[in-house]
Design a protein around this ligand. Structure first.
Ligand SMILES: *Cc1c(COP(=O)(O)O)cnc(C)c1O
Length: 225
């Protein structure tokens, strides 16, 4: 199926209020453009350099979500390009984004990434550390926490994701009930190609789908980024 057909099918299938983000790592700017022209409103990028290449073709016709692991030395470019950063997992990177956004009077919506699979090599904060991180970064004036993001296990049975998604959803509601000033819990970003139906059942409202839109991934185009 073509990119366009995949997007139309997904947009028909997703319930109202669930936002589709096309996860575009390893794709050409032309593929990303096709996705946008087919009706996807947001593009998820893992690498700043790849995002800049796609941005040069697509521009502000889409919203740009950063979904990769952000290096401090890329924070300036990321602050300028992205409309949301989904992968905040440390005070340090939050401060860096805050500082760069302050320079352009921008307030960056961010999600806190939760390591719900508790995998050691994974990014994200452990669920029990999320509240402390949230309290620390909610004081930063040029970022705004708007929810949580999680990956869950990448391989194996999609059902293995369910307990991770459920735990992240419970955490989301608990953090929302804290009513922290300057925190607006609105987005729960969970679910990829193999797990998005489970993520919907578990209350997610942002889906990040790559292979289900673009087909099997080729080799990473920007291994050094
Ligand atoms: C690649 C990626 C996705 C999409 O994964 P697919 O299995 O291709 O749908 C979603 N989220 C993040 C953070 C990713 O890196």
């Amino acid at each position: 199926m073509s990119i366009t057909e995949n997007i139309r099918r997904l947009l028909r299938e997703l319930p109202e209020g669930v936002e589709l983000v096309a996860a575009a790592k390893g794709r050409t700017p032309e593929e990303v453009l096709e996705a946008v022209e087919a009706g996807v409103k947001s593009i998820g990028e893992n690498y700043v350099q790849e995002a800049e290449q796609a941005f040069a073709v697509v521009g502000r016709r889409a919203k740009w979500h950063f979904i990769g692991h952000l290096q401090k030395n890329k924070a300036k470019k990321a602050a300028a390009l992205f409309d949301m950063i989904e992968t905040i997992d440390s005070v340090e990177i939050a401060r860096e984004i805050d500082k760069r956004c302050a320079q352009s009077s921008k307030v960056m919506p961010v999600l806190v990434e939760i390591n719900s699979g508790r995998e050691r090599e994974k990014t994200g904060v452990l669920p029990e550390d999320a509240e402390r991180l949230l309290r620390e970064i909610s004081a930063l004036p040029n970022i705004k926490v708007m929810g949580l993001m999680t990956m869950g296990p990448r391989f194996g049975d999609p059902e293995d994701s369910r307990p991770c998604f459920a735990e992240t959803r419970r955490l989301y509601h608990r953090l929302k009930e804290l009513g922290l000033p300057a925190v607006e819990m609105r987005y729960l970003s969970m679910g990829m190609t193999n797990s998005y139906r489970i993520a919907i059942e578990e209350g997610a409202n942002i889906m990040r789908i790559g292979t289900g839109i673009f087909g099997q991934r080729r080799r990473n185009r920007n291994p050094a980024d």
